[in-house]
Every structure is written in C-alpha cells, then in structure tokens.
Design a protein around this ligand. Structure first.
Ligand SMILES: [Ca+2]
Ligand SMILES: [Ca+2]
Ligand SMILES: [Ca+2]
Ligand SMILES: [Zn+2]
Length: 734
C-alpha cells in the first residue's frame, strides 16, 4: 500500500433542472472551424448540428465566472451553471437535466467537472461536457458532446422487457466467447439513451432508448451490451476488458486460479527476492508506474486516492489455454499471462487504462477506444523510458512490448511497422469492426503525434521541434484528465491537445512556442480530419431512368415479407425506422431470425425479402444499372458476420440470380445461413452508401423482378437493426 495524499474530493450527484437559455446564441448553419457563439471565446461547432462542442480560451484569459457563481461556490455548481446558461448553444432543452459526475483537480490549480446529460432522467451515453474552471470558478474550457433536444424525436418508450434484453445480451456475449448463454452472468445497468452519432461509431445514427446490460464470463470477459428497448436489436457492445494486445496463443500448463487476486504472495514492503521472477517484475514495474505518475503529476495511484495496485501473474483463463499470451486491465486489477509482466511498458500501459477509466473514461470502441489505447501506450512507454529494465537501448525507444516473450507488438514513432496508421488518411487506417473498431490499430495516430511532440522530426509536411517527455506527458495528462470526454474522437483530441498546452503555459516550463510544436504534431497526424466515409460510387452525368422510387409516396411498388417494412414507418413494432437518404421515407428490413412477428404476415425464419410488385424494364444499353442508397447494421461481433443481405433479379419471380455476382464487400461466416461462407452486405456499412451495379449482358433489354433479401443464422435472441434502403432506380447513362 502506498501513502495517501490528502486531496479535495467533492461530492458528485447533484441534479439541476435546465431551462432553455434566454441568451441569444449565434446559430451556425455550416461547418465552421472557429466561431464566436456568444461565449466570448473560441468555440468549435459540430459539423452536422451546428451546435457548440468546444469552448477554449487563451492562456491566462478565462471567461468570467457564470452568473450567480462566486469564487467560493463549488466547482460542480459553477460547471452546471455555465452549461445551463449556455443551454441553447449546446442544444439542450427542457427534457435535459445535468448531473455533475467526475471531478478532477488539475496540476495548474484548475478543477475539471464532467457534467453528464440526462434526457427525461435517462443518462445519454457519451452525452457529457468537461468544464474546466480556474480557482475563482472562471471557465477555462468546455468540451464534449450532448444530444440536442431537437434530435430526440426517435427516443421511444421501452417496450422490450428487462428479462428479454438480458437474454439477448447473454446470447450475444456467450456466442462471442464460444460458450453457452447459461455460462455467462449479466447485470442490468438500467436504461440509457444511445446515439451512434455521439459515440462516433459510424453505426446507424438516431437516438434510441436501450437497455444497458453488463455481461461477464470468468473475470476476463466483461462487455457492456446495448439492446434496443423497442425491437430488441443489439445496437452496440463495449469491451470493458482493456488489453495490451489482442492475441491468444495456446500451449499447456499454468492455472485459472488467482483472478480476482485474493491471496497475494507478495505485498507492499514484503520480501520480493523470495518470489519468482514474474511476481518480482509485476511488483517492481507497478511500483515504477506508481512512482512515475506521482513524480510527474503528483497522482496518488490509479484513482488519485491511493488505490492498491493489484496484479495476478502467470494467469490462464479457463477457456483460452496456457500459457496465456496477453495482459489485461479489468477495472480493478492487472492480470498477466506467463512472461507478460516482464515488460515495464506493458505494466504501465495497463495501469494507464485504470487512470483513463477514472478521468476521461474514453469508451473502448472506435476512435475513442483508439485514443484510450494510445494514451496507455504513451504513458506505458514513458514509464519504460524512465525505468531501468532490459531492452532499454536507443533502438528500443518507442517500441511497445519489446520485453515480451513474443517481442515488440507496436512501434510508436513508426506505426506502419506493425500495420498501424501514422495519420488519419494513412491507407492503414482501420475501418472495420474487428478489434472493437480497430482500437489497437488506430492508436497509431495518437502514438505518432506523441513521439513527434517528444523528439520532434519531419512528418507529412510538418517539421516539429521536440519538447521532451515531461512537457508532452503533461499535455496528454491534462487532455485526459481535464478536457476529453467518454465519446471524444480524434478531432476532439486535436482541440484537447491544443487547449491542454495553453492551460499549462507557465507551468513545467511550457511556453507558447511549445504549444505551436504541439499544434504541428496534431496537424502532421491529420487529427483534425473528421471521420470520413468512402466516396460515393458515381453513376454518370446524365441518366435516363426506367424505374425510380424514393419511397416518398409509400410502398405500393413493393411486396414485402415481414420483417421488411415498406416504407419503414409506420411499422407494427413501434420502431422509428426513418433513415432516408432523400425525403423522409425509406424501406427497412429488420435483422431478426425466428418465426414470430407481431402481425399476421409472418416472416419466414432465416430468409426473407422485399421485391418489386411488377417487373422493371432493364435498358438495352451496356451501361444499364441498378442504383440504390443504403445503410446496414447486420448481426456482427468483432469482425465476425452472422447475417447479411443480397440483391437478386428474376425473370419469372421464382428463380432468382445474384445481381452482384458475389462481389459484395463482406463475408458471412456463420453456419446455418443461406449466405454462409459467401459474400454479402454484412457487418456494418458505416453510414449511408450509394451502390451502383451493372446488369449482366443477358438481362439487358429484359423485364425483371428485383429483390433485396436478408438471410440470418439460426441463433435466436440476437437481433440487429438491419437494412435501410432508399432511392432505388434502374437506368442507363445518356
Ligand atoms: Ca525501461
Ligand atoms: Ca518499450
Ligand atoms: Ca426517400
Ligand atoms: Zn490497452
């Protein structure tokens, strides 16, 4: 146990009702990089919503304290007052309330309060603002995202029971872990409001009520699953086990005992020399990590309050074989497979996850997960560089895990060496769903930026003068503890790093010119670039259409087997299936295997489609094509696709042929599906895509039926949002 540092710990949990701000805010209607939103400071606005997501100030020039707030008021009251007074600019209306959550004392004497949004009393996932105040409660910065009231029309009442949600969540996690649903345990964590746009995950956007269910298996699987509260679809799942790497190597030996760590063989001040090498390493390196955070930031352990550093070494999970080639942080302790405590950077990495979990709380998925991983790599390697250990030569600088039995797993200054991107537009930038959305890949962007800040160098048109480890560490720590929020993406990180540096000017020898180096490193790694979708496939300049349907007049051109709905709204599930690429209507195919649907038009298990009621004329021209716009989220888990969709045509409505001739973007893995082992639209589309496919020669000049078909695996209780299609047309280039 380490000595405890006295620290101001403020009570959290007060709730304040928000009224719409009467202050006239400037309404931004187009993407802006900087605008005055009535805050009297630099403010960034959302590209889409035109709402404020970041307010920053120059060093030493904070905004006045919110009205009615005195220097003696609590920081929580000040933070809530600030957000309440600017509710309009943040898009918050009458349905929103604010709850002060985590409070953190910055090294500068400032205090950061994270204010969490609740909609009708239900927590909005990632709806969070980090308000940083100086000692007199003047506002230094405010960042984060909230769900504007105007985007909440689709938030519905929960009609799926808690028991049904738990059943689905258990089935989903058990399948991913390769065990039976009866082997996993689940805790219902209540209802939340989920919107992929806030999470930043490229999934189907739209705010919806979800059941949050935490499902665990044997201490090393812990996932938070979000189940749509109206149709029971799995909309997302966050991993809560934060690993150093994602690999499993099986052999033999070792045991599954020792997690959680209840009977330690070595405690603080004990006789380390009497223990085996791995116990010693875990002890020494977790101590080194503690000392480093204490020396750099005066942080007293993971939680800042002297939390014991608990490790289990030579662990083997019951289902993964031995020795276990990985290490992880599970929210309360570190755990290492044989040989994995031997790397001080890996130990530092795992402990840094604990720090992040108690500060920015970055979600472990997609960009927020990549930043979470990057922060762990950065602090892990900083600990390594400050700690005498094997493999400390100049050639080892910026290698992650060089002391592991398997050798280095990442290279921070040259991420490409291990298939990681070094900047946002790097061809190696990972866009799939595996690895929780590429958290161990896209961390390369943050890692590269950090090494540029420390060592300097020329990269991607920028020449950076290094500012060294201490200053770089301070900037990242300030961003993590005082500016970033749980759903932050790389664009947010870009702003956060710049603001963090400004906040620190005058401390640790940090100067304005240091901040321009931070800015250059951010630019070099292209963090300001928003998440981008692949470009639309082009048709041709002028088109002559023989069939076109934007579905605005309803579904009379289509015959739908349930659970296809044309148009998607209204449907007898009470679900808002609006996701149109033009107008307000689209068709929707729910990804739900099984026989039961709540109407007489029963869907067929595992295979159902929507087809044109009449035949459509395919132009006799060689350019003749089908064009449609669509978005999909089929049942998928960590890169493994279970369900999917295909597009087919038929001359007689009986024999159907694949219009894409198998050339789909994804592969369906699951057994039991009509598409098993074949390609299809599967997994997730990452937003709306325009799809253009040419008709084969034999179909030109003929009349055909067209259909969109979904095929699912046999597993019950696991549903996904499905397929949203709009603007279907058959035509040719003129
Ligand atoms: Ca070292
Ligand atoms: Ca290292
Ligand atoms: Ca439409
Ligand atoms: Zn990690």
């Amino acid at each position: 146990m380490r000595p405890r540092l006295t620290r101001k710990t403020a009570a959290a949990g007060t709730i304040l009702a928000l009224a719409v701000s009467t202050a006239a805010g400037v309404v931004a209607t187009s993407p802006a990089t900087a605008a005055d939103e009535g805050f009297g400071a630099r403010a960034q606005v959302h590209a889409k919503g035109g709402l404020v997501s970041f307010v920053g100030t120059e060093a030493g020039k904070p905004l006045a304290a919110p009205k009615g707030i005195k220097p003696s008021s609590s920081p929580q009251a000040a933070a809530r007052a600030f957000v309440a007074q600017h509710a309009g600019e943040f898009g918050l209306g009458k349905r929103s309330t604010l709850k002060a959550d985590r409070v953190h004392a910055q090294a500068t004497g400032n205090t950061t309060v994270r204010v969490v949004q609740q909609l009708d009393g239900v927590e909005v996932l990632g709806g969070e603002l980090a308000v940083q105040l100086d000692e007199d409660n003047r506002v230094v910065s405010a960042s984060g995202e909230v769900l504007p009231d105007r985007s909440t029309a689709s938030v519905g009442r929960a009609t799926i029971s808690q028991a049904a949600a738990i059943r689905s969540a258990k089935a989903y996690v058990a399948r991913g872990a390769g065990v039976k649903p009866s082997q996993v345990t689940a805790v219902h964590e209540g209802l939340k409001v989920y919107d992929a746009a806030i999470i930043g995950s490229d999934k189907i956007p739209g705010a919806r009520t979800v059941h949050a269910v935490e499902v665990s298996f044997s201490d090393h699987v812990r996932r938070q699953v979000f189940v749509d509260a109206q149709i029971g679809a799995i909309v997302d799942a966050f991993d809560e086990i934060h690993t150093a790497k994602n690999r499993r190597v099986c052999d033999a030996g070792n045991t599954a005992a020792g997690l959680p760590c209840k009977s330690p063989v070595l405690v603080e001040g004990g006789n380390a020399a009497a223990q085996n090498a791995e116990v010693q390493q875990a002890y020494v390196y977790s101590g080194a990590t503690y000392d480093w955070f204490k020396a750099q930031f005066n942080r007293d352990s993971i939680d800042g309050k002297g939390m014991p550093l608990i490790s289990t070494v030579r662990y083997c999970p019951p289902d993964a074989g031995c020795p276990y080639a990985n290490a992880f942080w599970n929210g309360s302790q570190m755990t290492y497979g044989a040989g994995y405590a031997s790397a001080d950077d890996v130990v530092g990495h795992e402990l840094a996850h604990g720090v992040t979990e108690r500060s920015s709380k970055l979600f472990y998925s997609y960009q927020s997960g990549a930043i979470n991983e990057s922060i762990s790599d950065i602090f892990g390697e900083f600990v390594d560089l400050a700690t005498s250990s094997p493999n400390d030569t100049a050639a080892d600088r910026w290698k992650l895990g060089e002391s592991l039995p398997i050798g280095a797993i990442r290279h921070m200054s040259n991420p490409n060496l291990y298939d990681q991107p070094a900047r946002m537009n790097d061809p190696l930038y990972y866009r799939g769903t595996g690895d929780n959305g590429g958290v161990h890949y896209n961390s390369g962007v943050g890692n590269k930026a950090a090494t540029l800040m420390v060592d300097g160098g020329s990269f991607n048109g920028q020449t950076v003068t290094g500012i060294g480890i201490a200053k770089t560490a301070a900037v990242w720590y300030e961003a993590n503890t005082g500016i970033l929020t749980s759903a932050s993406d790389y664009q947010d990180l870009a702003r956060a790093l710049r603001q963090a540096c400004k906040n620190l000017v005058g401390t640790k020898g940090i100067s304005y010119s240091n901040c321009s180096q931070v800015d250059k490193a951010v630019k070099a790694t292209q963090m300001d670039i928003p998440r981008s979708n692949a470009k639309d496939m082009q048709t041709c300049k002028r088109v002559s259409w023989t069939f076109s349907d934007g579905l605005e007049k309803g579904g009379k051109k289509w015959k739908a087997q349930r659970p296809w709905f044309v148009p998607g709204n209204p449907n007898n599930l009470g679900f808002d299936a609006t996701y149109a690429s033009t107008g307000k209507k689209n068709m929707w195919g729910f990804d739900r295997p099984g026989n039961w649907f709540p109407d007489s038009n029963k869907g067929r298990a595992k295979d159902y489609s929507v087809r044109t009621k009449h035949k459509v004329k395919v132009p006799k021209h060689k350019s003749s094509f089908l064009r449609f716009r669509h978005a999909y989220l089929f049942d998928t888990d960590n890169g493994k696709n279970y369900d999917g969709g295909r597009v087919e045509y038929s001359y007689n409505g009986k024999k159907w042929m694949d219009l894409f001739n198998g050339k789909y973007p994804n592969k369906v893995h699951a057994k039991g599906s009509k598409f098993a082992g074949k390609r299809a639209f599967a997994g997730e589309s990452g937003g709306y895509r325009q799809q253009v496919v040419k008709f084969p020669k034999k179909a030109r000049g003929k009349k055909v039926f067209l259909r969109f078909g979904i095929a699912t695996e046999a597993s019950v209780n696991i549903y996904a949002l499905g397929w949203f299609i709009d603007d279907i047309g058959v035509g040719r280039c003129k």
